[in-house]
Design a protein around this ligand. Structure first.
Ligand code: ZN
Ligand code: ZN
Length: 170
């Protein structure tokens, strides 16, 4: 009599253990699948994004260089110096100034870019400088890109047209 009530049916025991075993297998494997999917997404996303951002960065760099070319025309030093002495007769232009980026003299025939601040650099040197996202003149830190006439993007207290230093002062 007492045996019947205390010992459970063998089949019931095996059912119970098999269902809990199934849960013990299914749940971790579900977790594993979800985890694999998450890891796959985490791996895939950065691989897609840097490619896109690198491309857009290259695009932006090209646009930037085009803007520089438009704003600060490349020319040889001799014609730049001639124009400067016409436009700013009060500011002496020294022959063959130093390009502070490569520390070499600027020859008359060298292709240069003369900034609005009257600082002069080899075209190649300034292009390298500007393409590395430098916005300002390496010498006086005024903006390299010219603002539309009558506007000034960066107002600095020392900005005064009559007090512009010349590239050649280096
Ligand atoms: Zn140079
Ligand atoms: Zn400058």
């Amino acid at each position: 009599m007492s045996d019947n009530t205390t010992i459970p049916e063998p089949s019931a025991v095996s059912d119970h253990t098999s269902s809990s075993t199934a849960i013990a297998i299914v749940l971790p494997s579900l977790f594993a699948i979800v985890l694999v999917i998450l890891i796959a997404i985490a791996f895939l996303l950065p691989r897609i994004n840097p490619a896109e951002s690198a491309e857009s960065k290259e695009e932006r760099r090209k646009k930037r260089m085009a803007k520089l070319d438009k704003s600060v025309k490349a020319q040889n030093f001799e014609s730049w110096a001639r124009r400067q002495s016409d436009e700013h007769p009060d500011v002496p232009v020294v022959r063959n100034p130093l390009c502070v980026i490569c520390l070499e003299e600027i020859e008359d025939a060298a292709q240069i870019r003369g900034l609005g601040c009257l600082h002069v650099f080899h075209q190649q040197c300034l292009d390298d400088w500007f393409s590395r996202w430098n916005e300002y003149c390496p010498l006086c830190h005024r903006p390299i890109l010219q603002c539309p006439k009558g506007q000034s993007a960066v107002q600095r207290p020392e900005d005064s047209a009559s007090n512009l230093p010349v590239a050649a002062m280096v």
